[in-house]
Design a protein around this ligand. Sequence first.
Ligand SMILES: [Zn+2]
Length: 148
Amino acid sequence: MSRPIPRPSPTEQPFYEACARGELKLQYCKPCTRFLFYPRTHCDRCHSPQLDWEQVSGKGTIASYTVVRRAVSEAFTAPYIIALIDLAEGPRMMSQVINAEPDALAVGHTVSVDFAAWSDEIKLPVFRLQGVPSEAGPSHHADSEGKT
Ligand SMILES: [Zn+2]
């Protein structure tokens, strides 16, 4: 059983093209002044079709994670770590944390993006542990929600 290969739609194409170059790019909605993920044709908040692709830092924090100890198929090597990453720019992304012991992980740890070849043509973003946040660190971004 081979692993599923993403087939990028025209909307998703710029995301995968950036990944292939080792860049993480997200759509940015100017009217809302915020980044979006997943790729879409219109902003889900203001419905603007004018979304610009911009490179982001690739930094984020672990919002939650799970250690998969039994792989779903032979194409995956267990154990591996699936995490929800809150990107520094706002959006939440589901991804894999690589080169980390499951015991070393915790919610709030900072990670940075890397890219792993998924097939000959497709690279996908994965994340590596950056370090442990200070005990007194901020728990969330003040500007992440609420309207103006
Ligand atoms: Zn918008």
